[in-house]
Write a protein that binds this ligand. Sequence first.
Ligand SMILES: C=C(NCc1c(COP(=O)(O)O)cnc(C)c1O)C(=O)O
Length: 397
Amino acid sequence: NVPNGYNICNRMPVEEGFATKAIHAGQDPLQWSHWEVVPPIVTSTTYRQDGPGVTRGYDYGRSGNPTRNILETCLASLENGKYALTFASGLGATTVVTSLLNAGDHIISGDDIYGGTNRFFQKCLCRQSNTITFVDMLDISNVTSNIKSNTKMVWLETPTNPLLKVIDIQGVVQAVKEKNPEIIVVVDNTFLTSYFQKPLNLGADIVLYSVTKYINGHSDVIMGAIITNRNDLRERLAFFQNAMGITPSPIDCFLVNRSIKTLKIRMQQHMENGLAVARFLESHSCVDKNNILYNLPSHPQHEIALKQASGHSGMVSFYLKGDSNKFLKALKIFTLAESLGGYESLAELPSVMTHASVPEEDRKKLGINDQLIRLSVGLETKEDLLADLDQALKASL
Ligand SMILES: C=C(NCc1c(COP(=O)(O)O)cnc(C)c1O)C(=O)O
């Protein structure tokens, strides 16, 4: 049910069978003692042993948990990946992945990334004598020209948060691996999920998620995840997951495992509502029309998006002509709040909220100013969302 007028001619096709995998991968009832169709929540933190060190697969909740395992199996299956690991948060996943770096290693990151990730890179990672270079990855030569002998990782989001720049995953991977095949390419796929985009298929070594967002999609769990096909990386990351203790709770794993069952239909509705909002804003007199940041045909990287993704989510950013505070306070259905990807529509001011920790000069260079509004378009009735935006836009004048 792709919305009319949405260019699907040369779009990356949506994967057949995604919903079936989301419902059945890792869920076999025969694995449980009572053949439960819905996986049980195993909360026990410790397991009886037949003898010292002689276990039946589990010894301690941080080191392994049956409810976590079936979620990880399902996440890997949806990515067409071999291994998935889950963590206490998206930034927890970021912490574990960057633990692959040794002191003195260099990482190249996209310049437009989540503010908390930027903060972690600049305030935490740099304390471990890792160096970081932020580059505009729209020009892939910015990546390759910054590769040094100690460059060990390249990190990107696409679409980026909050400017929705679309980065050519395959182009970056090929250019980086040509220079140094040992460099690990990490793609944060939070904004599209594996339903719309599969970075592993495009050559990425690791795909990372704030599961908190679309994958859980109900704004009631904080969680992170990574998926990889590389045995060597999986072994090291699984060691860090346990040794660093950045693991999710079994109850959160149960909630996310349940949310995943509707991921496909939620992403389709987010796209339908997001496209309607983007088109509405594109023609609105209170909006700077040249700056609707969404994957409309007018988007500067629309062709790349068509090539590597089968759709776009509900993320829409735009520059407001009027007063941002008046606009945000006038909204009635959109809630002024941080985060994204839930069934509820949210609106925020990145310059003051999610990206306040990005150094001001960097925000200015990127264009993350007080006129930039970021929307997470939810699953409400489309007409209600448009009416809410219209009245709030008029109130901003
Ligand atoms: C909270 C917000 N972002 C979290 C986030 C994170 C961090 O995820 P947490 O689960 O919040 O730790 C990682 N990657 C991306 C692309 C993200 O957007 C936000 O943008 O409102």
